[in-house]
Design a binder for this molecule. Sequence first.
Ligand code: NAD
Length: 435
Amino acid sequence: MAKEIVKPATGKLGIMVVGLGAVSTTFMTGVMMARKGLAKPVGSMTQYDKIRIGKGENKKYLHYNEIVSMPSLDDLVFAAWDVFPANAYESAINAEVLKEKDIEPVKDELLKIKPLKAAFDKNYAKRLDGDNVKQCKDRWDMTEQVREDIRNFKKETGVDRVVVLWAASTEIYVEPDMKYHGTIAALEQAMKDNVVDKIAPSMCYAYAALMEDCPFIMGAPNTTVDIPAMWELSEKTQVPIAGKDFKTGQTLVKSGFAPIIGTRMLGLNGWFSTNILGNRDGLVLDEPANFRTKEVSKLSTLESILVADDQPDLYSEYYHKVRINYYPPRNDNKEGWDNIDIFGWMGYPMQIKINFLCRDSILAAPLCLDLCLLMDLAHRAGRYGTQRFLSFFLKSPMHDYTQDEIPVNHLFQQYVMLKNAIREMGGYEADEEID
Ligand SMILES: NC(=O)c1ccc[n+]([C@@H]2O[C@H](COP(=O)([O-])OP(=O)(O)OC[C@H]3O[C@@H](n4cnc5c(N)ncnc54)[C@H](O)[C@@H]3O)[C@@H](O)[C@H]2O)c1
């Protein structure tokens, strides 16, 4: 196989984040604290993980930046859009994820991140009521305004490259509709015709990013770039896309735990997952139309790991249910319960209970960092289209459903895909198989 040529990560990398809420301010604050040596970027694969290169006596275990050229944390420059005018410092304080002692040392840097006006439509998140919003004639104009923001950011900061990351609220569910989402031409026409119920604001950000040569990552479960029109645009512009939905708490556990059941040939009768969550994300998800988007994303995890067609005795007709309940006292400290009804020898039932007392944004922040750095890498490697090697970080990995392509949800298979992609971009052979 020809060696991939990866352009070196010279200069600064701009990270423009849609949404300046709990996740994004925790991400930015952590990066700023880490570069001052005041915190550790725990949970980040790009900062900690080592991959084996070579075999036998030639094998070495190297960090990602020893295999491929990667920017350092010092090279990152942030900007954001939000519906509310609070700067990153105020927003980090309001989010109550981090203690003040972990924010104050980088207060001056955070104060400088003032959100650009959002491309927003209240119909997509009814519970949000901010006024830092662009006035747009139609969706096409919305796209043009976001493009201008990206160009201005590049000019003002002198960054070399920009990645756009969606860490904004989950929008209401937009069912992919080929009449509007099937081709670039149809999508552009729908933007110009202002078909507001088919063109979510997030699609305007994504379209703008790709047109401005910026990789786009969808961190919420929105169907934004999970439509053929965006796949086509990604190919045409040769800019990579990734999504969707950060795989943080319960789904991370699920995609790591389900393989235990599947590998040991145990049966499954049902898997009930519920959560309590009290942050603004929880508030938005309390709206049924917004929860629907999340539900579709969360439900998809098990189907490709415990497959009824492969093992009809073990996995036909299991009952899978996911719930999120808004419960303000817990704020960002989500509690997730999983009740798993399995069965063993001769069909005898057993139960497994998992209780994960997690911190949502603490788990999401390292994913933001890794996804941004790895999407920049993919772009420098000349990769475009859906970056399936990033499935490891995502709850509902994008795949070409028009060709019946199956998503990979199994955590350890996803890890192999990640390692092989880094190896290939580093000029080594992909040397682990996914069976
Ligand atoms: N934290 C996790 O574990 C996790 C996991 C998976 C996905 N997510 C997703 O990440 C996203 C962010 O989560 P959070 O806890 O930071 O939420 P948050 O509510 O604290 O922040 C989201 C911000 O996005 C802003 N926003 C909404 N629509 C916008 C638009 N069109 N343009 C610009 N800004 C907009 C809101 O005003 C808000 O400040 C959510 O969609 C959530 O579902 C989070």
